[in-house]
Design a protein around this ligand. Structure first.
Ligand SMILES: Nc1ncnc2c1ncn2[C@@H]1O[C@H](COP(=O)(O)OP(=O)(O)O)[C@@H](O)[C@H]1O
Ligand SMILES: [Mg+2]
Length: 295
């Protein structure tokens, strides 16, 4: 838990909740705050398996998974490649498309090609979303309503890497699908009190409302669960994930991303979905661990 990414605080919260659940279930669970000396710490702790509670860079992108592979320690969730693909919004969109999932209009701007931004926005038109290609928790994501919003949003997004995405803002219901094992558990709907589901809406109490199950027709619900599972499998995820969609007024479900290491506090979205289908948080945690150990 913890780690070196912009999502460190969230990760500490996930990690503490997971450790508490594991202790409750009778496991001997120690926490490791991940820094550059992580290999040494893992070695010294003599763990038999790792429950990864990291989010973002080095934790969700295949890096820590690589360390654990080298050390021969089984770990929860997706492997190196799926983690790397899931973290990279540019590459994952190509894979989603190849599997027939619906991706909204978007373009990629590379550092050094910033002069393309206004041309791309002419095509996509306002409102638009500008985001880094490999962050999470809405870090660096901006909603663009007018010309004056563009420059600061581009600056901000480039702070997180050498390529950024410009997407059409999809107006609709934000719906997220929880996957456990090879099953789509359910879909939860988020209504943000902010302009979009930004960092504040995600983590400040009372800044968003959750509805489980999502308030969509049975047919759309079923289709969205299927699309979630297709996305999970297309990226090659293992164990669990959470897949984000926006469903517009014509019931088209646009995929935003697959989160290979979704938030795991007792009140995070995947745990809320699991609870909604009768899986309490400690059971969810144990199941994720079992899936990693193949037992
Ligand atoms: N194309 C889009 N249309 C509408 N809302 C979007 C779009 N892209 C992002 N958002 C909003 O921004 C939030 C974060 O974007 P997302 O791509 O999921 O990045 P992150 O990895 O930071 O969660 C989403 O949950 C949604 O509220
Ligand atoms: Mg997201």
């Amino acid at each position: 838990m913890g780690g070196l990414s912009s999502e460190r605080e969230v990760s500490l919260a996930s990690g503490k909740a997971i450790q508490k659940a594991l202790l409750e279930k009778g496991y001997h669970a120690v926490s490791i705050d991940v820094g550059k000396d992580v290999a040494e710490k893992i070695h010294d702790s003599r763990i038999e398996a790792a429950f990864i509670a990291l989010h973002g860079k080095y934790g969700e992108d295949g890096a820590i998974q690589g360390v654990l592979e080298v050390m021969g320690i089984p770990y929860t969730g997706s492997g190196i490649l799926a983690s790397a693909l899931g973290m990279n919004k540019t590459v994952s969109k190509l894979i989603f498309r190849s599997q027939g999932l619906i991706v909204g209009p978007y373009d990629v701007i590379y550092e050094g090609k910033r002069d393309r931004v206004s041309g791309v926005l002419d095509q996509i038109s306002f409102p638009a979303v500008i985001k880094p290609h490999a962050e999470g928790s809405s870090v660096g994501v901006s909603l663009i309503l007018k010309k004056e919003d563009v420059e600061p949003a581009v600056e901000l997004a480039f702070e997180y890497g050498s390529e950024i995405l410009i997407e059409k803002f999809i107006q609709g219901k934000e719906v997220q699908v929880g996957i456990l094992g090879d099953r789509a558990l359910g879909a939860i709907e988020i209504v943000s009190k902010r302009a979009f589901y930004d960092y504040t809406a995600k983590y400040e109490k009372g800044m968003s409302d959750h509805f489980f199950p999502a308030r969509i027709s049975d047919a759309v619900y079923k289709r969205t669960l299927e699309a979630g599972l297709v996305a999970h499998q297309a990226i090659g995820c293992r164990g669990y994930s959470r897949v984000d969609f926006i469903i517009d007024e014509s019931d088209t479900a646009y995929i935003l991303e697959v989160n290979t290491l979704p938030g795991m506090t007792a009140t995070s979205l995947l745990p809320e979905i699991a609870k909604g289908v009768g899986i309490p948080f400690p059971d969810l945690v144990e199941e994720i661990l079992r899936l990693a150990l193949g037992c």
